[in-house]
Design a protein around this ligand. Structure first.
Ligand code: NDP
Length: 458
């Protein structure tokens, strides 16, 4: 066997990664978000392949980039006027080498194969980073819950589960919530699954109501976890949330609890948004008003100004990044920060970014933050708290017991600290000290790759 010089090993790693990436693009045409997610991870794995050619010999990258299976199905339902409507449902079961497929369900008109595959692919590495035994999956539908009655949401969700139930189970695939899927939708899905299956398999879904198998602190977990992760990044430079100004995009599940934890740690959160526009409250946001509007009344964020007249509402959600902040937490959706928004944040003195949403910063934006040495917490590490507590919910369901809020929150905090540590260590080991994007990708990947090799070519 010939031994490669390090320059040859680097060239061989680069050409392997490039050729697999080209195959992914060729095999999955017109799936821009999936290509973007694959590229971001692949590029950061070159140093691993340069040192571990055995991963190339096992063709690990091509195996990981191909989902175990993708299910697409028709979801017919009847609206309140009696019209028959049809949506499309998806479940991508991406990789199960570490455990049952695990990942949320998204209801949003933008959902398509590219979106669920990008989310499912990212989920593999995120779930690996948590240190828990869970594989990667994701699902959803192009159904838009906005403006629909409870009855319409229930009928749609029941129809969705009437097909989905065939593919999921507590030991095979365990969905949870995501955009447009919260406690109400999970409740309807769980009820329908139980009715069809004729038994109470509590561990089949996570994010359930507390009264029927849900975990305390699951609702808070992604937002709190993101803030815990950013807290670790800030501490590495002697900084903290106390007295800092924070901007959080979105006003959904992740955003609300990121705001809550940031406020508890002494920050002033001055702006948040929905897909129509953003509010700026110079005195600091009143979270109770936001919870009432969004969690109870399901209204638009614009109405915040009725309760707090000193706040200003601006039409268009992307303008939120012009609000000066020390810490920015994008918690709404993918690609909400492009290079222009990143440069604006940098110009206004931002010190840290924590990705609460999945892929909220595009590749150019991440590049700009890294060039300017802004602390950057990538989604697959920073927002892993949600799935981590979902895995704790599965554990409680299996044991048929319930931990207290404080117990779950303490475990979440510990998991986020460990994830941060894993990212820092992996980045350092491969010569990218301080680069948490590379660190998260490598730490997540190595565990999956080693398990895949151990399990043979399957
Ligand atoms: P929600 O549906 O609860 O909230 C989403 C928020 O983002 C809403 O304020 C919504 O506004 C806004 N939003 C959605 N789409 C867009 C868009 N295209 N442009 C601008 N704003 C938009 O979802 P979650 O809080 O659960 O999820 C938010 C993000 O966090 C997603 O990227 C999700 O994948 C990620 N995530 C969620 C986890 C969880 O536990 N829930 C776990 C890990 C990641 P509007 O109401 O107007 O649509």
């Amino acid at each position: 066997m010939t031994t490669l010089t390090s320059a040859q090993a680097q060239t061989s790693a680069e050409s392997y990664v490039q050729s697999v990436y080209e195959n992914v693009v060729r095999r999955n045409p017109h799936e821009a978000e999936f290509h973007q997610a694959v590229k971001e991870i692949f590029d950061s794995l070159v140093p691993v392949f340069a040192v571990h050619p055995e991963y190339i010999e096992h063709n690990i990258l091509e195996r990981i980039a191909e989902p175990d299976r993708v299910v697409t199905f028709r979801v017919p339902w009847v609206d309140d006027e009696g019209n028959v409507r049809v949506n499309r449902g998806f479940r991508v079961q991406f990789n199960s080498v570490l455990g049952p497929y695990k990942g949320g369900i998204r209801f949003h008109p933008s959902v398509n194969a590219s979106i669920v595959k990008f989310l499912g692919f990212e989920q593999i590495f995120k779930n690996s980073l948590t240190g828990q035994p869970i594989g990667g999956g994701k699902g959803g539908s192009d159904f838009d819950p906005k403006g629909k009655s409870d009855g319409e949401v229930m009928r749609f969700t029941q129809s969705f589960m009437t097909e989905l139930y065939k593919y999921i189970g507590p030991d095979t695939d365990v969905p949870a919530g995501d955009i447009g899927v919260g406690a109400r939708e999970i409740g309807f899905m769980f009820g329908q699954y139980k009715r069809i299956r004729g038994g109470n398999e509590a561990g089949v879904l996570t994010g359930k109501g507390i009264g029927y198998g849900g975990s305390l602190a699951r609702k808070e977990a992604t937002g709190y976890g993101c803030v815990y992760f950013v807290q670790e990044m800030l501490a590495s430079r002697g900084l903290s949330f106390r007295d800092s100004t924070v901007v959080v995009s979105g006003s959904g599940n992740v955003s609300i609890y990121a705001i809550e934890k940031a406020q508890q740690l002494g920050a002033k959160v001055v702006a948040c948004s929905d897909s129509d526009g953003y509010i700026y409250d110079p005195d600091g946001l009143d979270l109770e008003t936001i919870k009432q509007l969004k969690e109870v009344e399901r209204k638009r964020i614009k109405e915040y100004t009725l309760a707090r007249p000193q706040a200003v509402y601006t039409e268009g959600c992307s303008g939120i990044w012009s609000v000066p902040s020390d810490i920015a937490l994008p918690c709404a959706t993918q690609n909400e920060i492009d290079e222009q928004a990143a440069l604006l944040l940098i110009e206004n003195g931002v010190k840290a970014i924590g990705e609460g949403a999945n892929m909220p910063c595009n590749l150019e934006a991440i590049g700009a933050f890294q060039r300017e040495d802004v602390l950057f917490g990538p989604a697959k590490a920073a927002n892993a708290g949600g799935v981590a507590v979902s895995a704790l919910e599965m554990a409680q369901n299996s044991m048929r017991l319930a931990w207290t809020f404080e117990e779950v929150d303490a475990k979440l905090h510990e998991i986020m600290r460990n994830i941060y540590g894993r990212c820092v260590d992996a980045a350092e080991r491969y010569g990218y000290s301080g680069n948490l994007v590379v660190g998260a990708n490598i730490a997540g990947f190595v565990k999956v790759a080693d398990a895949a090799i151990a399990q043979g070519v399957v």
